[in-house]
Design a protein around this ligand. Structure first.
Ligand SMILES: [Zn+2]
Ligand SMILES: [Zn+2]
Length: 292
């Protein structure tokens, strides 16, 4: 872990204390299948305003469990049921709530969005769902990878193989996601299984997977897309963000990945410090991604 992660930094420091927080580009609400009922979009807007954020993107989960013609998952004949509770996003319901929030909170910039799981396997389904509506922010995520004929959730994998093997297989599939889908704009939580890294495997060390991280970052930069700094995951180090620059990466997005309103903008001061240390600065305006 880099030393910066051990520092104590006040969470949710308001903008009046001399810094300007970025937009939170990754927030879940009651419309996500894995969010609790208390995860209301209205309360998340209120939290965003209280934290001094200029804007918030509601990126509820868009996960598919049945495929259609043109989805790669059908060609690979994988069982898609990686989580039992999963259900499809009610996009019209979500958009109606979003419109209501835009009217209630005109002082907050509210972006529409989705977080698509395993977009490279669901290209046709994703296009059919989003082409008519269109959203402002599309996050690409990998929560599960093919294993023994099944799309298998990251937490299951640690029960099946050594921890380092889980990460290597995950990063290899992540390259497939980035190269196999141009549907998303921002790559979310690029080392997602790290959240579940078993204690028995010792501390998680980014440098142990430097080659794998760099392969993902090269693929993402080659398509001129955006890397997310996710503050629900263990925070990326400034060194990792330097790998992103060296790969040609030009922009960074901040995301709390909140599934509860109180987490909107969580640990953003710390994340901003890390991103600045790697040479990225606020973009064109307060609503933009951060750029080099
Ligand atoms: Zn996610
Ligand atoms: Zn998320």
């Amino acid at each position: 872990m880099p030393p910066v992660q051990q520092q104590h930094v006040q969470q949710h420091a308001p903008a009046s204390e001399g810094w300007s927080p970025p937009v939170d580009n990754h927030v879940h609400t009651e419309w996500s299948w894995d969010a609790p009922r208390e995860a209301s979009m209205v309360r998340s807007c209120e939290q965003a305003l209280a934290a001094g954020l200029p804007g918030v993107a509601f990126t509820d989960h868009l996960d598919f469990t049945t495929w259609t013609d043109g989805d790669q998952i059908g060609a690979e004949n994988l069982d898609p049921h990686r989580y039992t509770r999963m259900h499809l996003l009610d996009l019209p319901g979500y958009l109606a709530t979003l419109d209501d929030c835009r009217q209630r909170y005109p002082e907050l910039r509210i972006f529409s969005g989705v977080e698509i799981g395993e977009a490279h396997l669901w290209a046709a389904s994703a296009a059919a769902m989003l082409a008519p509506a269109g959203v402002d922010r599309i996050l690409g995520s990998l929560h599960a990878i093919p294993c023994d004929g099944r799309l298998t959730a990251a937490d299951d994998l640690f029960r099946r193989m050594p921890a380092a093997d889980v990460m290597r297989r995950y990063f290899a599939e992540l390259v497939r996601l980035v190269e196999g889908s141009d549907f998303f704009q921002v790559l979310a939580h690029l080392d997602f299984p790290r959240r579940m890294w078993p204690q028995a495997a010792g501390p998680y060390e980014e440098p142990a997977f430097e080659a794998e991280y760099r392969a993902v970052l090269r693929a993402l930069a080659a398509s001129d897309r955006i890397l997310e700094v996710n503050t629900k995951s263990p925070l990326a180090s400034a060194e990792l963000l330097r790998w992103w620059r060296e790969a040609g990466g030009r922009a960074v997005s901040f995301g709390s990945d909140a599934h509860q309103p109180w987490r909107v903008g969580d640990k953003f001061k710390l994340a901003v410090d890390v991103v600045e240390a790697a040479g990225f600065r606020a973009g064109r305006d307060r609503f933009d991604f951060w750029r080099r």
